[in-house]
Design a protein around this ligand. Structure first.
Ligand SMILES: Cc1ncc(COP(=O)(O)O)c(C=O)c1O
Ligand SMILES: N[C@@H](CCCC[NH3+])C(=O)O
Length: 419
């Protein structure tokens, strides 16, 4: 099976997920819901693993999609994990992932998160500031252990992507400036509570050119050579993730391009490489299903009001992200310009403007390429229960997260009973 086979139109023009009719999924599980293709997930991970070969390993970025079923599949296919919170660590462990294959990124690790990760025996903390390093050192010392660390370097490279998802520019909150890193490494190397393992960087997400990735690798590679000359042993370089995908008509590099761009400048350093792809593994492997509730016209515009909102899928509202939106069953006539909008009381709750669609109320639409940063960023805004997630595996469908109920919405809250 190839990636193209995950979601495709059958001979009747109806959209399928692997061997299952998506119209049937909508009937059985209701909308809105997320559908994932196991074959695509596996193929996307394998593409990275094959491109990388023995040069390193993959630590899938859990933030892109942390569903337990997907994590357990990825662990089974041989992935390690990049986490950014104690919650993500708990998910990985619950899904059967190995702590020894977990790297911990993020600028705000709490003392409790550090303690738990240390106790679990993670592979490496990607440290983002001197203050964080001191906290990790103190906790490791109190626990009479050595914390494995890498410093996340901010290489000051423009990744040429949306400003909200650029992370490797000098003005960004992420990482440690290159000019300060050497002294911090020298100090860390002397500490009985720290074990220097590597160097890390990550410059941004949805990157459509490998040039900034190559430049960042060159800059970090020179720094690592210098560290090695100064007697600091660096066993791995964590090169982050960030590979973009084709949402509409973008030309996205593939994992081979990513691996080549980054590994070439680092080839002579004798270090293991860690890649942290998120989006490139899950985005295309997922879609969001939604039903047209109403058609309405306001002045010159026609709207299809659908039952998914920005609470279910935030990317269009937050980043003006564009996605292909298409009916599961195509209608012959009536194609016209329509804005696809959600039910949330916010003007940003728009999935697409000026979409060429032939739709009627009750029709089911697919928002393609929604597997990454989809459910992961869903909320209960407007007191809407979050949607179900369904995994398709050949001719089998698995409900891997049930739709939330109204009880779920209010779990943990209480009405005020005082005077
Ligand atoms: C440290 C780190 N690693 C990996 C990723 C995964 O990025 P992407 O989903 O763009 O591959 C991110 C998010 O951009 C990140 O912040
Ligand atoms: N949430 C972002 C990606 C964030 C990357 C986090 N480092 C998106 O949907 O594009």
């Amino acid at each position: 099976m190839t990636v193209a086979d995950g979601f495709y139109r059958n001979e009747n023009g109806e959209l399928q997920a692997e061997s299952v009719s998506i119209q049937d999924i909508a009937k059985r599980f209701d909308t809105p819901c997320y559908i994932y293709s196991r074959a695509m997930l596996q193929e996307n991970l394998m593409a990275y693993k094959e491109a990388l070969g023995k040069r390193g390993s993959i630590c899938y970025a859990v933030k892109a999609n942390g569903n337990l079923a997907l994590l357990s599949l990825l662990a089974r296919f041989g992935a390690g994990f990049d986490i950014v919170s104690g919650g993500e660590l708990a998910r990985v462990l619950r899904a059967g992932g190995e702590a020894s294959r977990v790297v911990f990124s993020g600028v705000g690790k709490s003392a409790q998160e550090i303690r738990r990760a240390l106790l679990a025996g993670i592979r490496c903390f990607n440290v983002e500031s001197t203050a964080e390093l001191e906290r990790i050192e103190k906790i490791a010392s109190e626990s009479r252990t050595r914390a494995p660390i890498a410093l996340r370097i901010n290489p000051d490279i423009d990744p040429e992507t949306h400003p909200y998802i650029s992370t490797g520019l000098a003005q960004s909150k992420f990482g440690i400036p290159l000019a300060e890193a050497e002294d911090i490494y020298k100090r860390a190397a002397q500490s009985p509570s720290l074990a220097v393992k590597g160097v890390a960087f990550h410059i941004g997400s949805q990157l459509l050119s490998t040039r900034p990735l190559r430049e960042a690798a060159e800059r970090v590679g020179e720094f690592v050579a210098h560290l090695q000359d100064s007697g600091i042993n660096i066993a791995h370089i964590d090169v982050g993730g960030g590979l973009g995908v084709r949402y509409v008509d973008e030309e996205a590099p593939d994992p081979r391009n990513h691996v080549a761009a980054v590994s070439t400048p680092l080839a002579n350093l004798g270090v293991e490489l860690i890649f942290e792809p998120g989006r490139a593994i899950v985005a295309e492997a997922g879609l969001l299903l939604t039903r047209v509730e109403y058609l309405k016209e306001n002045g010159e515009r026609e709207f299809a009001v659908v039952d998914a909102g920005m609470n279910d899928y935030l990317r269009p509202a937050l980043y003006n992200a564009e996605h292909i939106i298409e009916p599961i069953i195509l209608r012959q006539d009536g194609q016209r310009s329509i804005d696809v909008v959600g039910p949330i009381c916010e003007s940003a709750d728009v999935f697409a403007t000026d979409c060429q669609l032939a739709v009627q109320p009750g029709d089911i639409l697919a928002v393609r390429c929604a597997g990454a940063y989809g459910f992961a960023m869903a909320s209960q805004y407007n007191s809407r229960p979050r949607p179900a997630e369904i995994l398709v595996d050949g001719s089998h469908t698995h409900l891997i997260r049930r739709r939330e109920t109204l009880d779920d919405l209010m779990r943990g809250e209480s009405v005020f009973v005082g005077d």
